[in-house]
Design a protein around this ligand. Structure first.
Ligand SMILES: [Zn+2]
Ligand SMILES: [Zn+2]
Length: 187
């Protein structure tokens, strides 16, 4: 039996990720956005989004597919993959989201880069959580933030990711609360 999806955020791993657990992502989504989460794979194979010239996967194509597949009762979906993602204007992306839409995706591929610390597993986990919340933030209509510490700050490289915190700045927090209020009114 599957749990009801009403007003839940779906955490959707694509293929076998080799991660011990996506639990930290579930916890942080719940803490920041206040919605319950559920883990549910929706896409198994990403061949349709593979670009043979770049040898990477086109994230926008994956988002389009996610939107087709997401059950209508679910509020948002975040997909997690370990393949390298791109959009045509950039060398790579850590993830992509539909602004104010339903779907977003993150990739763990570039999050494994240049560990500085002995506690690499923990750094990796923090990076994953930051990117997940960042992309989901876009689906809740949050845009990029100038504050380097804010989770909605745009990251050009992995050092930018490590520099930011797992928190929204005060300004983004207010914007999110307004957005959540609007969503609650529509429910
Ligand atoms: Zn962004
Ligand atoms: Zn901010």
């Amino acid at each position: 039996m599957t749990a009801p999806l009403n007003h839940k955020i779906i955490v959707s791993p694509i293929g076998y990720l080799g991660l011990s657990s996506l639990h930290p992502i579930h916890l942080e989504i719940n803490r920041i956005f206040g919605f319950q989460t559920i883990e549910q794979p929706l896409i198994e194979d990403l061949n349709f989004a593979f670009d043979p010239t770049r040898k990477q996967h086109y994230s926008t194509k994956i988002l389009e597919k996610l939107v087709d597949l997401i059950p209508s009762e679910a509020i948002k979906v975040i997909a997690i993959t370990d393949v390298d993602l791109f959009i045509p204007i950039l060398t790579y992306v850590f993830g992509e989201a539909q602004l104010s839409g339903k779907a977003c995706i993150i990739s763990t591929y570039r999050l494994k880069e240049s560990y500085h610390s002995i506690d690499s597993k923990q750094i990796y986990r923090h990076r994953m959580v930051k990117e997940a919340i960042h992309e989901l933030g876009h689906t809740f209509n949050l845009r990029h933030c100038k504050d380097h510490k804010c989770i909605m700050h745009y990251c050009r490289d992995i050092d930018d990711v490590d520099r930011k915190t797992e928190q929204l700045c005060r300004y983004c927090d207010i914007l999110l609360k307004d957005e959540l209020k609007k969503i609650q009114e529509r429910m």
